[in-house]
Design a protein around this ligand. Sequence first.
Ligand code: ZN
Length: 342
Amino acid sequence: MKAVRFHEYGGVEVLKYEDAPDPQIEGNEVLLKVKACALNHVDLWLRKGTTGWKLPMPHIVGSDISGEVAAVGGLVHRVKVGDRVLLSPGISCGQCEQCFKGLDSACRSYTLFGAMVDGGYAEYVKSPEMNAIPIPGDLSFDEAAAVPLVSVTAWHMLMTRAQLRPGEDVLVIAAGSGVGSAAIQIAKLMAARVIAVAGADAKLEKARALGADEVINHRRQSIAKEVKQLTGGRGVDVVLDHVGTAVWEDCFESLATYGRFVTCGVTSGHEAKLNLQALFGRQRTVMGSFMGGKGELMEVLKFIGRRKVRAVIDSAFPLSEAAAAQKKMEDRDLFGKILLHP
Ligand SMILES: [Zn+2]
């Protein structure tokens, strides 16, 4: 099959469109003919070798995958050849205490498609049957590939970790990202008031179209000052971030008493200075979040199937142009998801 692989860590130039062996399935696995694969920031970190994971080389990344089932192993019963499926991006053992609790991403053997196993930058990918989920409603393959990782991440952050309540105020940093655009829509399901932050007016307009009530352009406005003004000095109940250092002080200052800061990434850096007095005095919470469980993905997919939460697609590239697609993501020249088509 054709695939995009890298044989060593490095810049986009290490991505090679080349022949690779067809995946061989085990009894409990399915073989998927990939129709679409969405990019995620983790693809870039994996390619650069900054995740701490020692990847098998040569390696195929790609965590968000939709396609048609081309073959099934002898122990597979639920999934049939020809089924239209999307893959739950997280792979866990399915039989430890954390997995039984639905805390897949806390499983000690947790990994992602494209991390310790090959991913979707290829014509074919293999998957445990457990990860193959029927595409809900009349979603296209493109829409189905665009939603899993970011929607389960945003759902876990807002609903499970931050315990968002109806009508609360939510500040969404990096509204143009995949997680940001999913978070805006999930927060609106809860009738929250959403304040979206981005660095370009065109992105803020799109954030409004997704349901954001207020917008802040961080290039010419102070996030914390604007939040104070928009909330009558109170601050927001929840801040959702994955930018890190560059926005940390603004985020923390924007929190109301009992406010919850939840982060799933550090694209600008991981160092932060924390004022413990403001933490305890205002009874605030700072929490981390990483991916989410299959059960949570199925919860959010109900809304995606009914188009109450929509896939946000920036652009699509042929698989052979994966390097150009990753460059576009690196340049932050996007709103929503970038797709690859084998
Ligand atoms: Zn487990």
